[in-house]
Design a protein around this ligand. Structure first.
Ligand SMILES: Cc1cc2nc3c(=O)[nH]c(=O)nc-3n(C[C@H](O)[C@H](O)[C@H](O)COP(=O)(O)OP(=O)(O)OC[C@H]3O[C@@H](n4cnc5c(N)ncnc54)[C@H](O)[C@@H]3O)c2cc1C
Length: 416
């Protein structure tokens, strides 16, 4: 069923009785060409682009819970392509371009809103670093502007320009950055993949990976054994646990990241703002709630809820740039498990086991990567070669000394 204004009109006149389920609930078959493990944003996007761009439709996406229940439905919805390093920037810019056409492409309203993202700076050296980043972005075809204090004040009058402990000296603005309704991305990709013949199987946990003589031939699941020519793991925060089933250790740690939303307020923030002297980012949802977050909790865990020291740290960050936030009432907070890699950059690669592929290490920036990650993983699975913008995301890069350390903090997953 194609969604359109006419369809809404027709359904409205006929009592909304003939809307179809957004995807089927098929029983798993005994075998597929490709099994994608993990029905998050990246797994569903991979299946979608495999079907749409490469014509491969004999695919199952196996999800242990429900579609949208993982990080794809837990993030703070920020998209951007404001990266510095050549290994990263073209990939995130491809993602941004895909976001720009996504809703028309998969015929689903994902509320893509290019309301801009502003990274504040508070010192002269920070200004210089942001100018460098802005130049790198422009050279890779992205958009970037440097604002001074007055430029920031014009856009964001409710920030603290008078008494701030860290005075706002300006900001790096990417006008094409913004927000997207996170769970709608999962639903849109699921619908697009399903309509091309992909089986999306919920409540189906992968419990083992079938390997014989170094070749992967399928998976064991809570709904039986399923064979496949290729297995594509894409489970974000559960990466280490799933790849352990194939006997592989990853350069990844899992940490919890929390997010917060307040009661609805009148419009105070036109776009996304990040604090430059601490870890805090905030935007305002279309319902009016301030949606914000900060650092990961500083210990390894698979729990989807965090602890109070980080809550305090996030609130301090908010109060430092925008004291009005202290008067808003917090409605909800939650957590998601992050696959933090050692250099803060992801992996889209084959593994040492033939037929077994891995996509992960997205840290807490994988939502904005969803379209490009799906496209590049699909490219790798279909052609056997990395996509031109994802050639650096290799599992052996630490052995080769070819880290992509965007923040320059070294092998400290909790600092990326
Ligand atoms: C609080 C928070 C805020 C964030 N904010 C942002 C942001 O503003 N911008 C941004 O770019 N990124 C953000 N992120 C990061 C982003 O959400 C993730 O990097 C990204 O969603 C991960 O990819 P995914 O969507 O495929 O993951 P998920 O949705 O987690 O998908 C993985 C799926 O694998 C499934 N799975 C796990 N184990 C198995 C198994 N054994 N068998 C079958 N299925 C399995 C899980 O159930 C899950 O559904 C944030 C994350 C959190 C938690």
């Amino acid at each position: 069923m194609k969604y359109s204004a006419l369809q809404i009109f027709i359904q409205g006149l006929t009592g909304n009785k003939s809307w179809k389920p957004v995807w089927r609930e098929p029983e798993p078959k005994s075998g597929y060409d490709i099994i994608v493990v993990g029905g998050g944003g990246h797994g569903l996007a991979t299946a979608y682009y495999l079907a749409k761009e490469f014509g491969i439709t004999n695919i199952a996406v196996l999800e242990k819970g429900w579609i949208g229940g993982g990080n794809v439905g837990r993030n703070t919805t920020i998209i951007r392509s404001n990266y510095l390093l050549p290994g990263n920037q073209p990939f995130y810019e491809l993602s941004m371009k895909l976001w720009e056409g996504l809703e028309q492409d998969f015929n689903y309203n994902a509320m893509v809103s290019q309301r801009g993202i502003l990274n504040l700076f508070h010192s002269d050296p920070q200004h210089d670093a942001f100018v460098r980043r802005a130049n790198a972005m422009r050279m890779a075809g992205a958009d970037a502007q440097i604002l001074d204090t007055d430029g920031v004040r014009e856009l964001y009058p409710y920030l603290d320009f008078e008494n701030a402990r860290f005075p706002i000296k300006g900001g790096l603005l990417q006008p094409r950055g913004g927000t997207v309704r996170h769970d709608a991305v999962a639903w849109g990709y699921a619908r697009g993949a399903d309509s091309r013949g992909v089986d999306i199987i919920q409540n189906c946990e992968v419990t083992g990976i079938k390997i014989r003589n170094g070749i992967c031939s399928g998976v064991e699941t809570t709904r039986g054994t399923i064979s496949a020519k290729k297995v594509a793991v894409c489970v974000a925060g559960s990466s280490s646990r799933v790849m352990e089933k194939a006997g592989l250790r990853l350069p990844i740690e899992s940490h919890v990241l929390q997010a917060f939303v307040t009661e609805g307020l009148k419009p105070v923030l036109p776009g996304v703002v990040t604090f430059g002297a601490g870890h805090f980012y905030v935007s305002q949802s279309d319902k009016g709630g301030l949606v914000f977050g900060g650092d990961i909790d500083g210990y390894n865990t698979y729990a989807q809820r965090g602890n109070l020291p980080v809550v305090e740290d996030v609130c301090e960050g908010g109060m430092a740039i925008m004291p009005l936030i202290g008067r808003a009432r917090l409605l909800r907070m939650w957590g998601g498990v992050m696959d933090m890699s050692m250099d803060g950059s992801p992996f889209i690669d084959k593994t040492s086991i033939e037929g077994l592929h891995f996509n992960g290490g997205w840290c807490y920036g994988g939502f904005k990567a969803t379209p490009a990650s799906g496209m590049c993983y699909a490219h790798l699975l279909a052609t056997g070669k990395p996509h031109p913008v994802a050639t650096e995301f290799r599992l052996d890069r630490f052995k080769r000394g070819a880290m992509i350390d965007e923040k320059g903090v070294g092998a400290q997953p909790n600092l990326h």
